[in-house]
Design a binder for this molecule. Structure first.
Ligand code: NAD
Length: 264
């Protein structure tokens, strides 16, 4: 299927590895020019070099990178000073730590809300009016299956991301919808990334169980009996960004191997 995205420009956050890199890869494979962002310069540069050598040299896409913390005003300013207008924005940053809600003080909550609610909102605010003026725009927020099915130890994530979900439900149905701008959330279940390894290591440490048993139990808890991979996540993101997905907006799309048990 031709996605009709060649020559568009995408900002992809949290894209040196994991799900963000999966999205950037799928977009570059479709000929989309990308500006990828992550905090660590070395890993980000290596990701950009790989994107160029493996994909962009075939599709002609341009790959820029900017090593910044996207959750800070200065980080966002640096990103937008490299390029101001984008047709596609994939919002993403690291998830908050797991733990017991009794241990989280106001600062911990502010950090989580900043990273997983206010940063995507700032990125949306900075880009959607330009998209609307040009008649095409795609915002994809990487959130979590925890929005639909909260996980006890991920309270910071459940709370902050639910705030973003409520905001998106409203703004996606605003006047932007008639101007070709869609805003959707992609909700990953268990994907094989460093983040998942970190969460499972913390679970092993907390319960005293061997790490391998914790991983296997988690895998078996997914009806698909496997973890997702970033490439299939990226392919879904690219479809949502495509010309074919212009009538999909304000949605929360689960990619979780069947883990969420509800009919809706
Ligand atoms: P990951 O740790 O593999 O990768 C995270 C990426 O984001 C890295 O490139 C990192 O450098 C970058 N990043 C983190 N904080 C940043 C910041 N402040 N500014 C710029 N870049 C930043 O994580 P992942 O598994 O790809 O997860 C992506 C998001 O999806 C996270 O918010 C995570 O909580 C959420 N999520 C992941 C899973 C899963 O199973 N992997 C499940 C549910 C939700």
């Amino acid at each position: 299927m031709e996605l009709g995205l060649g020559g568009k420009w995408a900002l992809v956050c949290g894209a040196s590895k994991g799900l963000g890199l999966g999205c950037a890869t799928a977009l570059v494979q479709e000929g989309v020019n990308v500006l990828i962002v992550a905090r660590g310069a070395d890993v980000l540069q290596a990701a950009a070099t790989h994107l160029i050598a493996a994909h962009a040299c075939q599709t002609g896409a341009e790959v820029l990178f900017c090593a910044q913390d996207i959750t800070t005003p200065g980080g966002r300013e640096a990103v937008f000073s490299m390029r101001r207008e984008f047709d596609i924005v994939v919002t993403n940053a690291g998830g908050p730590p797991a733990g017991d809600f009794r241990d989280w003080d106001r600062d911990a909550w502010i950090r989580a809300v900043d990273a997983n609610m206010l940063t995507p909102i700032e990125l949306i605010k900075a880009t959607v009016d330009g998209m609307a003026a040009r008649g095409f725009g795609r915002i994809v927020n990487i959130t979590s299956s925890a929005v639909k099915s909260p996980i006890d130890i991920l309270g910071l994530s459940n709370g902050a991301r639910s705030g973003l979900t409520g905001f998106v439900a409203g703004v996606a149905r605003s006047s932007l919808a008639a101007k070709g701008v869609t805003i959707n959330n992609l909700l990953p279940g268990a994907f094989d990334t460093d983040r998942l390894q970190g969460v499972l290591k913390a679970a092993a440490a907390r319960t005293g169980q061997p790490f391998d048993s914790v991983i296997e139990a988690r895998r078996q808890s997914v009806p698909a009996r496997r973890f997702g991979n970033p490439a299939e996540f990226g392919a879904t993101c690219a479809f949502l960004c495509s010309q074919h997905a212009g009538y999909i907006t304000g949605q929360n799309i689960l990619i979780d191997g069947g883990a969420y048990p509800g009919a809706f």
